[in-house]
Design a protein around this ligand. Structure first.
Ligand code: COA
Length: 708
C-alpha cells in the first residue's frame, strides 16, 4: 500500500549485503511527483540511512510506466516571488546533495518516465539502470513550462553527458529512451524490461563502491563560449526572444560548468528564481494543465455515453475515403493507433499517391528514431488500399476526406450509406462545409459527425468534433472517445461554417494578404507574426495550406458571414494564375527544395502599408481574430473561452507563452482592443467594427477568463 510520504522503504538482504529499496508511490496522485512533503520525507529518510548505513540504496518506482514525473507543477504555479523560488530550488538541491554524498553507492532503477526533478534525483545517484520500456523516457522538459531545472539539472547533466549534449537536451526538453540514454552516458546500463529486476540486482551487486567525480570534464574556455553563443543565437532565431527560460538555461550551464558543483548549484538557483513568476511561465503552466484536461475531455452531459463508447464501441477497422494529403495523413494516424484502415479512392494513381504520403510520414519518423523498423512496417501494413466499396463493410467508422465540394461530399455519403455496416459512424473531415448541409434530408443524420483534422495530420494534435443539429449524443460521445483513442486532442464545436479554427484563422490570413496588397513586404509581414510568437508567418501558411484550399474556405466563410470575411483579391488572383503555394512551388513564395524566397513581384511598391509600424501590423492581424472569437463564443460555437484558447493553441500554434487568444485579449485589456478596433474600422473598413459583445464587455469591464 502507498505510504503517505510518497515512497516505501523496503529493507532486504542480497548475498549478505544490506540493501535498502526506496520505492516511490504517491498515495493520492496518478503519477509520482516531488512535492515539498515528499522532498522533506526523503531528507528524513536519508538522515536515517546515514545513521544506519546500508550497503546500497536503490531508488525505484512502484508504478509500471513512471519513475518520477518531476517536481509538482502545482507548486511551481503557486510561487509568488524570487525569494520563494530560490528557497524551493536551494532546499531541493541540498536534499539531493545529501543523497549524492551518502557514503554508500546509490542507484536509480528506471522503468518509466523520468522527467524534470525525477531525472535530477536520478542524476544525483551514483548509477542509473534504465529498462528498454518505450515509456521509460528521460528528459528535462522545464523550458516548456517557462522555467529551468532547479534541482541541479543544469549542473549535473553536463557533467554526465558533456556540455553540447546537455545543452541540446535542456534547450529542447527532448525526452530520450533507455538506449539513447546509455549511448549518451546518462544511463550506465539499458536492460530488457522483461528481466529488469534481475538485471538491477546483478548490477547493484557488481558495483559495491560509490562513483566519484564527473564523467565528463568541462569544455575548454573557447569551446564553451562558442558553443553557448551558437546555442543562444539558435534559441533567439527560434523563439524570437519571446521565451526567457532557454537563455537562462544557457547561462546556468555556461557559468556553472567549470566551477565546483556547489557554486554551479547556487548559480542555477539564482537563475531559476527569476522565472516561475514571469508571465511566460504562468501562461505555459496554465496551458499545460488546460491541454491535459482536453486530452481527457469528458462532457458532463455525455459522461455515461462516453464511458460506454470507450469500452464497447471502439472499432478495430476504419475506412478513409479520399487518399489526398488529408486522407493519407488520417490513414497514417489511425494505423499508428493500431487500427486497420481501408483507404479508398477512385483511381489507382490517387491511392498510390496516398500510400506514398503515408510512407513518407513513416520514413521521417524512422529517421528520427521515433519508430522502430518493426513498428513502421506494422503501421504501413495496416493501411489497405481499395478502389471498391465492398471492403468498407467491416468499418466501424468511415471518415470522408475528399475535397471541399458539397455535391461531391454528398455523393460520397450516398454511396457510403449503402456500403458501410448498419451502425457505422459517418464522419467527415470537412474543414468549412457544415455537417448539416452534408447530412441534410438523410435518414441516418444522427450518425453524421465532423472529425476535422489539421494539416499535417501526424503533427497537429487537434481534432474538432463538429456536432450537427441532428448528430446524436451517442455519435458525439463516440467521436470524442475515438479522437482520444487515435491520440488526438478533441474540442467540441458547433456546426457553423468554418467551425472554430478556420473561422478565426481566415481573417488573420486575409489581413496578411491585404497588408501585402497595401505595400507591406512578404518577409516583413511574416516576420511580424513570428515575432509575436506564431510558429509560421501567415503568407507562408497560406502557401503551405494551398491557395486553392484557402480560396474555397474563404468563399464558404464569405457566403456565411458576409462582407467582413470578403477574401483579399490577391489569393484568388494567385490561384487563377495556377500559383497554388508550396505544392506546386509557387505562391507568395517561390519554393525550391527546402528554401523559400518571397516573390518580390507581388510587392505593391510605395503602398500605404510599406512603412507601417510593427504594432499596427500585428494588431490588424491579431485583433481581427479576437473580434471573430468574441462572435464565435457568443454564438456558442464552443462552450467557453478555455475551449477556444485550447483550439487555437493546438490548431494554429497560437503562442503558448501568451496563454491563448482570449487570455491574450484579457491581458491586453478589452477596452484597449475595442478602442483599437474602432480606430481600424474608420481607417481600414467595417470588417474591424467591434463585435457588439466585445463592445459590451469593454463597457462593463468584463473579461473572457476569470482573473487567476
Ligand atoms: N506535477 C503535477 N502534476 C503532474 C505532473 C507534475 N510534474 N506530471 C503529471 N501530472 C499530472 C497530470 O497533470 C495528470 O493530472 P490529471 O489526472 O488531473 O489530468 C496526471 O498527473 C496524470 O498524468 P498523465 O499525463 O495523464 O499521465 P501519463 O501516464 O499519460 O503520462 C507523464 C505520464 C509523466 C509522461 C506525463 O504526466 C508528463 O509528461 N508529465 C509532465 C512532466 C513534466 O513536465 N515534469 C517537469 C516538471 S518541472
Amino acid at each position: 500500500m502507498a505510504d503517505s510520504r510518497g515512497f516505501r522503504i523496503v529493507e532486504e538482504s542480497w548475498d549478505n549485503r544490506q540493501i535498502v529499496r526506496l520505492v516511490f508511490e504517491s498515495p493520492d496522485r496518478p503519477v509520482n511527483v516531488l512535492t515539498p512533503e515528499v522532498m522533506s520525507a526523503l531528507e528524513e529518510a536519508l538522515s536515517r540511512f546515514q545513521r544506519n548505513l546500508p550497503s546500497a540504496l536503490i531508488l525505484e518506482s512502484a508504478l509500471p510506466d513512471v519513475f518520477i514525473a518531476g517536481a509538482d507543477i502545482h507548486v511551481i504555479e503557486k510561487i509568488r516571488n524570487e525569494d520563494e523560488a530560490r528557497k524551493l530550488s536551494r532546499e531541493g538541491q541540498d536534499i539531493l546533495i545529501k543523497l549524492h554524498s551518502i557514503p554508500c553507492p546509490t542507484f536509480a532503477a528506471i522503468d518509466g518516465a523520468t522527467l524534470g526533478g525525477g531525472l535530477e534525483v536520478a542524476m544525483f545517484c551514483d548509477y542509473r539502470i534504465v529498462s528498454d520500456n518505450p515509456k521509460a523516457r528521460l528528459g528535462l522538459p522545464e523550458v516548456s513550462l517557462g522555467i529551468i531545472p532547479g534541482f541541479g539539472g543544469t549542473q549535473t547533466l553536463p557533467r554526465l553527458v558533456g556540455f553540447q549534449a546537455a545543452l541540446d537536451l535542456i534547450l529542447t526538453g527532448r525526452q530520450i529512451d533507455g538506449r539513447r540514454a546509455k549511448k549518451l552516458g546518462l544511463a550506465d546500463s539499458c536492460v530488457p524490461r522483461g528481466i529488469f529486476a534481475g538485471e538491477v540486482r546483478s548490477f547493484v551487486l557488481k558495483h559495491p563502491k560509490k562513483h566519484f567525480g564527473p564523467r565528463h570534464s568541462p569544455p575548454m574556455f573557447l569551446f564553451r563560449e562558442i558553443g553557448c553563443s551558437l546555442a543562444k543565437r539558435s534559441v533567439l532565431k527560434k523563439t524570437m526572444g519571446n521565451y526567457p527560460a532557454p537563455l537562462r538555461a544557457i547561462e546556468a550551464v555556461r557559468r556553472g560548468i567549470s566551477r565546483p558543483l556547489s557554486e554551479g548549484l547556487k548559480i542555477e538557483a539564482d537563475l531559476f528564481a527569476q522565472l516561475p513568476q514571469t508571465r511566460e511561465s504562468r501562461n505555459l503552466v496554465r496551458t499545460y494543465f488546460q491541454v491535459e484536461k482536453f486530452k481527457k475531455l469528458t462532457l458532463p452531459h455525455l459522461e455515461e455515453k462516453q464511458r460506454w463508447a470507450k469500452s464497447h464501441a471502439m472499432p478495430r477497422t476504419c475506412a478513409v475515403i479520399g487518399a489526398g494529403t488529408m486522407g493519407a495523413g488520417i490513414a497514417y494516424q489511425l494505423a499508428s493507433a493500431g487500427l486497420s484502415v481501408r483507404l479508398k479512392d477512385v483511381e489507382p494513381k490517387f491511392i498510390q499517391r496516398g500510400l506514398a504520403a503515408a510512407d513518407k510520414i513513416v520514413k521521417g519518423l524512422l529517421k528520427k528514431k521515433r519508430l522502430s523498423p518493426e513498428e513502421a512496417r506494422d503501421i504501413l501494413g495496416r493501411i489497405l488500399p481499395t478502389l471498391d466499396a465492398a471492403p468498407l463493410r467491416s468499418a466501424g467508422v468511415v471518415i470522408e476526406a475528399v475535397i471541399e465540394d458539397l455535391p461531391l461530399k454528398r455523393k460520397v455519403f450516398d454511396d457510403l450509406e449503402k456500403a458501410a455496416p448498419a451502425g457505422a459512424i459517418l464522419a467527415t473531415n470537412t474543414s468549412s462545409i457544415p455537417i448539416g448541409k452534408i447530412a441534410a434530408d438523410r435518414e441516418l443524420s444522427g450518425r453524421y459527425v465532423g472529425l476535422h483534422f489539421f494539416n499535417p495530420v501526424d503533427k497537429m494534435p487537434l481534432v474538432e468534433v463538429v456536432v450537427g443539429e441532428n448528430t446524436s449524443d451517442e455519435t458525439t460521445a463516440f467521436a470524442i472517445e475515438f479522437a482520444k483513442k487515435i491520440r488526438k486532442t478533441p474540442i467540441v464545436v458547433r456546426d457553423r461554417p468554418g467551425f472554430l479554427v478556420n473561422r478565426l484563422l481566415m481573417p488573420y490570413l486575409n489581413e496578411a494578404a491585404l497588408l501585402l496588397s497595401e505595400g507591406a513586404q512578404t518577409a516583413r509581414i511574416d516576420r511580424t507574426a513570428r515575432q509575436f510568437g506564431m510558429p509560421m508567418g501567415p503568407l507562408m501558411l497560406l502557401d503551405v495550406v494551398g491557395l486553392d484550399v484557402a480560396e474555397k474556405v474563404a468563399e464558404v466563410l464569405e457566403d456565411a458571414y458576409g462582407e467582413r470575411m470578403k477574401p483579399c483579391s490577391v489569393i484568388g488572383r494567385l490561384r487563377k494564375e495556377g500559383r497554388l503555394g508550396q505544392k506546386n512551388g509557387t505562391g507568395f513564395y517561390t519554393h525550391s527544395g527546402k528554401s523559400s524566397d518571397p516573390d518580390e513581384s507581388l510587392h505593391a511598391a510605395g503602398g500605404p502599408a510599406a512603412g507601417m509600424s510593427w504594432e499596427e501590423m500585428i494588431d490588424r492581424m491579431i485583433l481581427c481574430m479576437v473580434n471573430e472569437a468574441a462572435r464565435a463564443l457568443e454564438e456558442g460555437i464552443v462552450a467557453d473561452a478555455e475551449t477556444l484558447d485550447v483550439g487555437m493553441l493546438l490548431g494554429t500554434g497560437f503562442p503558448p507563452f501568451r496563454g491563448g487568444l482570449l487570455k491574450y485579449a484579457d491581458d491586453r485589456g478589452i477596452p484597449v482592443i475595442v478602442s483599437r478596433l474602432y480606430t481600424f474600422s474608420e481607417k481600414y473598413g467595417m470588417r474591424f467594427a467591434p463585435a457588439p459583445i466585445l463592445a459590451d464587455m469593454a463597457r462593463s469591464g468584463a473579461r473572457f477568463h476569470p482573473i487567476a
